[in-house]
Design a protein around this ligand. Sequence first.
Ligand code: AMP
Length: 303
Amino acid sequence: MDILVIGSVAFDSVETPFGKRDDVLGGSATYFSTAASFFSAVRLVAVVGDDFPAEHKSFLNERNIDLSGLQTRAGKTFRWKGEYGYDLNEAHTLETHLNVFESFHPEIPEIYRDSPFVFLANIDPHLQLEVLKQVQRPRLVACDTMNFWIEGKRDALVDTLGHVDILVINEAEVRQLANEPNLIKAARSILKFGPKTLVVKRGEYGVLVFGEHSVFSAPAYPLEEVFDPTGAGDTFAGGFVGYLAATNNLSDAAIRKATVFGSVMASFTVEDFSLDRLRHLTWDDIEERFRRFQALTDFEGLD
Ligand code: AMP
């Protein structure tokens, strides 16, 4: 099943305790699409400036990501600059330049309008809503956001959430959005905004998935070397939605397995800067790590 995604395609400048990169390929939609493309066909809606190099477009094209919805406009591509301390769970945003996104209005190509799976990656919630107005009722709408939009465009975000089935956000953002310090209470109140499922990303502590009557917990894959956590959340979402779209199954069991595939994909992204680890990732690598993940959490049948 095809996935339609809207989000940022960006140049990122990132500094972590293990290195520094300037103006490398990034963006929420870029990480999402690349991860999801290991599972399903992806249709990307975004905008870049005329400074965006052809090699980045070829990389996405080679991953079988349909770029008919990627507009190129005069001006500069979205730029984000961030840094991490030794606690790699928390990104500190130094600069956000929306650039061509400031005047962007998504136009969903006719052939994308019946997309059964839609992912609203982290971007202005007004743009997320504009996309939903142009598609026929999809089988699944999932959504991400961040503190930047919770602080700046809260009302539009809450409007968007009224049309979303699954919200995927960071732990700190759950508390911020609900205005409630207790995570469980915060999750319950966010589910009242509309989503039936809330996926809480907790960095190296894993993921908690809240349904109406259930909670599921998955650890993060323990890694000795983490170089750059940028994109981990979007890559998680790509594996998560990618798996659901590939199986076209939205059962509780499928959501649990999708959570593990999302965690597997995120564990690769953080092993290198930008999308570099995903560039040479194979399906065998993914399956092998999935099996290790199973062994990591297995406590039955070992006697
Ligand atoms: P994450 O998966 O949460 O680490 O997301 C990292 C990506 O989000 C980076 O590649 C940034 O380009 C992108 N990003 C950062 N701030 C924003 C924003 N305000 N809107 C959209 N995308 C953003």
